[in-house]
Design a protein around this ligand. Sequence first.
Ligand SMILES: [Zn+2]
Length: 336
Amino acid sequence: MVNYKDLGLVNTREMFKRAVKGGYAIPAFNFSNLEQLQAIITASSELRSPVILQISKGARKYANPILLRYMAQGAVEFAKSLGCKHPEIVLHLDHGDSFELCKDCVDLGFSSVMIDGSALPYEENIALTKKVADYAHQYDVTVEGELGVLAGVEDEVSAEESHYTRPEEVIDFSTRSGVDSLAISIGTSHGAYKFKPEQCTRDPKTGRLVPPPLAFDVLEEIEKKLPGFPIVLHGSSSVPQEYVDIINKYGGHLPDAVGIPEDQLRKASKSAVCKINIDSDSRLAFTAGVRETLSLHPEYFDPRQYCGVARNYMTDLYKHKITDVLGSDNKLANCD
Ligand SMILES: [Zn+2]
């Protein structure tokens, strides 16, 4: 049993409180390799932003859970070496699907876990979430639950159709399950194809898809029921067209990839939404960097040459999200 506090990590409680009050959101970036982690920590440290490192079940399988945990521990020291003396880094399990997986992560040194019982019947979702919360809270690990279903595909999580969170259920769910934060469904979606072309309109000038707006009325209802309670948005990549264009230009094939427009996320950040999950955008930036570099330099065979470019693209992306979309820069309790 390792306690995250001994690793220099923090849970989400204090940073969420400050984010809700301050009208900004904490970035939750997924990682499964060294370059992503370097880019996340470089961006968040330089900008003095609290940050949530997310590991999905798929990432655990890909990169090994023990190695990922030690990488997160190394991230704290890395942040300090970059001059950020008091980093606030959360190690979070994304989409935990069983009590055993969540317990394993708590025991390994995670400071926060998500238990996603959103596909279960309502009462079963509460029972499972409460079981995880009761266990995690013994070690002061914070817990995220989910109500409502997001469409799209992310690792092992996938659903054909979304259904919005029902505001009338949120008080009962959060009280009885004991969660510290709640992921809701208001029209965001997993993956790089968040909407089918028939759900969108097309910009006549560029020919690009324009997605339907998020259901801010549902978010407002939820905020009224649970004033100040931390709300989480999954599936909130914007699928930047600059990266999609680079990928398609250099041999990729991502027709009609579409995400959540950043103005919608900016608006959400100012509400009780205090954690915004971004994964696909980083994957796109990485792929754009690799494809472009290998196409322009067929003589390259050192992974540092193309992964280095990919890492720079991701660092720029994370900085942009922190500063221009979520507003979490200079929000550490101590920015020294
Ligand atoms: Zn998700």
